[in-house]
Design a protein around this ligand. Structure first.
Ligand code: UD1
Length: 365
């Protein structure tokens, strides 16, 4: 029996780790899986609710690291994980994405000689001002098996000197979560509660430091959203980081069609996302989900580590300091949804099965 530890720390990790956990369990491989939650995200709405939506067991280990500056947060994960691995040494650590917990986990495992598998390897924005870009580069450099979700990721890794034998294209596991839970999400009453059911509405998420940590930038974005809300209802579930910054802005934010809410559960969010006429975001995963769903997406960033969502999906990058968000939104609304299935290779809901097979092979089971 091989001990396989799965690591999750922040909201975007759950939808990448949970389908793999389930696929591994369903395959009845000779593995003892454990789920480690670092506690980078700890609020009920940023963590607990996702375990329920996905019907996941409670984490085997909770490290409780909480928030803090990058160095402190990363170090806390490393200290707690090193202690845990000293007591219970796994045969493999599986990490996903690009959050601080991902990199911290990979560093500890690599230094203790525990092989590391990175799900969603090889994404690059080529923008090192993004903390996630640093996390991606470091994690990929020390991982033993790099599982990619798009073909450009393979190319980046090869270009960085990672041997081809370590790289496996498996497709996008986040789409597995979406495909699996979309029917259940359609039962959500959230669109009705927010009075947008059956209406042409816009869904917004913003949480990147580059957008929300600078008050002038955030003020500009809120002004653009207020303009947009004069034309169509705008639903904006607010991330805790953004909430904190908004509280410091004196201007009136909500009202006139702009509906600010608490962070939503996965099912409620997917319900809104799949029914929205347009999504405005700076999230990575949402660029992918809208591309799968065929919903126009405006990404408020100068670059993306997911260019396939622009070339083959429904995503467009936009800088509201240079271009009117309202005008771009109108154009996107006019174009409307893509009616055909998602054309991106490996984004169909079966990535976790492929990952389970690759893990089995890697562990020699
Ligand atoms: C983190 C990830 C980011 C990801 C995002 C998704 C890093 C570097 N960033 O950003 O890539 O897109 O998660 O949500 O790992 N907070 C709470 N409750 C929580 C969690 C956070 O109130 O449960 C607040 C705290 O004030 C904290 C702030 O949010 O200081 C930021 O949290 P943190 O985990 O440092 O980064 P995120 O902005 O969430």
């Amino acid at each position: 029996m091989k001990k396989v530890a799965f690591l999750a720390g922040a909201r975007p990790n759950y939808m990448k780790i949970f389908p793999v956990w389930k696929a591994v369990s369903a395959a009845r491989l000779p593995m003892i899986p454990s789920l480690i939650h670092t506690g980078q995200h700890y609020d009920e709405l940023m963590s607990g609710v996702f375990f329920r939506d996905f019907q996941m067991p409670k984490p085997t280990h909770f490290l409780g690291v909480g928030s803090g500056p990058h160095g402190l947060q990363t170090a806390k994960v490393m200290i707690a994980l090193e202690e845990l691995f000293t007591q219970e040494r796994p045969d493999l650590l599986v990490v996903s994405g690009d959050v601080n917990s991902t990199m911290a986990g990979a560093l500890v495992a690599a230094k203790m000689g525990v092989p590391v598998v990175h799900i969603e390897a090889g994404l690059r924005s080529f923008d090192r001002t993004m903390p996630e870009e640093i996390n991606r580069i470091v994690t990929d450099a020390i991982s033993d098996l790099l599982l990619t979700s798009s073909r450009d990721a393979d190319e980046h890794l090869l270009h960085e000197g990672i041997p081809a034998a370590k790289i496996r294209f498996v497709g996008n596991v986040m789409i597995d979560s979406l495909v699996a839970l979309l029917p259940k999400a359609m039962e959500s009453s959230k669109p009705r509660e927010l009075a947008v059911e059956g209406r042409s509405f816009v869904l917004v998420t913003l949480h990147r430091p580059s957008n929300v940590d600078d008050p002038t930038r955030l003020q500009l974005l809120m002004k653009s959203l207020a303009e947009l809300a004069a034309q169509a209802p705008v639903v904006f579930p607010v991330h805790p980081r953004t909430r904190r910054m908004l509280e410091q802005l004196s201007s009136q934010q909500a009202g006139n069609g702009l509906k600010l809410t608490e962070p939503l559960s996965y099912l409620d969010f997917v319900a809104l996302e799949s029914q929205a006429a347009l999504v405005v975001t700076d999230s990575g995963g949402i660029q992918e989900e809208t591309s799968y769903l065929g919903i126009p997406c405006l990404t408020i960033r100068a670059n993306t580590e997911r260019p396939v969502t622009v070339t083959s999906g429904t995503n467009r990058l936009l800088d509201p300091a240079r271009e009117s968000l309202t005008a771009a939104a109108q154009a996107a609304l006019k174009t409307g949804r893509r009616k055909t299935p998602c054309p991106i290779e490996g984004w169909e809901g079966r990535a976790a099965e492929r990952i389970a097979k690759v893990l089995q092979q890697f562990l020699g089971l």
